[in-house]
Ligand binder design. Structure first.
Ligand SMILES: O=P(O)(O)OC[C@@H](O)[C@@H](O)c1c[nH]c2ccccc12
Length: 261
């Protein structure tokens, strides 16, 4: 690819955070986060259960696929996901590249009792305060866009605010960085965020590299029960799935079929 999409997203994200800070200063957002009554639903805890755990994603669009389902009703989808037996919800909150929002996060979370992850590109503490204020149960930390020091700090900050963190890696080297930083819940993205190349067996190939106390999640490109079975055979039982569920005519039924029911 000629333009590196991940760098563009991060640059835009820095501008967004700067704009948000002008509307609500960081000190104010921080105290709102710290004062927010928390009722965490236990994102990590839910994924520690045995069996197939699906984190079902609310995804309107993406830079790699363009529009997926721009007019989706996040509350209705969340209810379908819960009815199908999803373990958790993932909601994109990036507006410019994924057409997501905090409104989507709120609507989805209020419609169900599942734990919800704020799916965004976290590059500033400010976004963690925002996530806590929005009631997110977890946040995504992408190793590729963080310094190791930052990753360590952000894992701590998320915990201090009562949120779990899903640390996302792509390469073995990034997995090592995540492990050194103390990440417990780690997702292997089957999609390379720079090239968009997706290989569903990538996470299966990385499974043996996990420490025994880590909880692994396979992310992206999962479309069939066969994909799920291959990952189960490799020892991964948590799955982050977006596009194939959003596009399914019957998302609840599709989730059930992925779970082997
Ligand atoms: O729609 P898919 O291929 O099932 O993928 C879901 C999820 O893994 C993907 O949306 C994702 C994984 N990591 C990310 C980081 C940022 C944005 C999006 C993502």
């Amino acid at each position: 690819m000629s333009t590196d999409i991940l760098s563009r997203i991060v640059t835009r994200k820095q501008e967004e955070v700067a704009e948000a800070r002008k509307r609500v200063p960081e000190s104010e957002m921080r105290s709102r986060a710290e004062q927010k009554p928390r009722d965490p639903r236990g994102f990590l805890k839910r994924l520690s259960r045995p069996g197939v755990n699906i984190i079902a994603e609310i995804k309107r669009a993406s830079p790699s696929k363009g529009s997926i389902c721009p007019d989706l009703d996040p509350a209705a989808y969340a209810r379908q996901y819960e009815a199908g037996g999803a373990a958790c919800l993932s909601v994109l909150t990036d507006r410019d590249f994924f057409q997501g929002s905090f409104e989507d996060l709120q609507a989805a979370r209020n419609a169900v009792s599942l734990p919800v992850i704020r799916k965004d590109f976290m590059i500033s503490p400010y976004q963690f305060y925002e996530a806590a204020v929005q009631g997110a149960d977890a946040v995504l930390l992408i190793v590729r866009i963080l310094e190791p020091e930052q990753l360590r700090d952000y894992l701590q900050l998320a915990g201090a605010l009562g949120m779990d963190a899903l640390t996302e890696v792509h390469s073995e080297e990034e997995l090592e960085t995540a492990t050194k930083a103390g990440a417990k819940l780690v997702g292997v993205n089957n999609r390379n965020l720079r090239s968009f190349e997706t290989n569903v067996s990538h996470s299966a190939n990385m499974a043996s590299r996990f420490a025994p106390d880590q909880v692994a999640v396979a992310e992206s490109g999962i479309k069939t029960r066969e994909d799920v079975e291959n990952l189960l055979n490799a020892g991964i039982h948590n799955f982050l799935i977006g596009e194939s569920i959003v596009r399914a005519p019957d998302p609840a039924g599709f989730i059930r079929s992925l779970m082997g029911e």
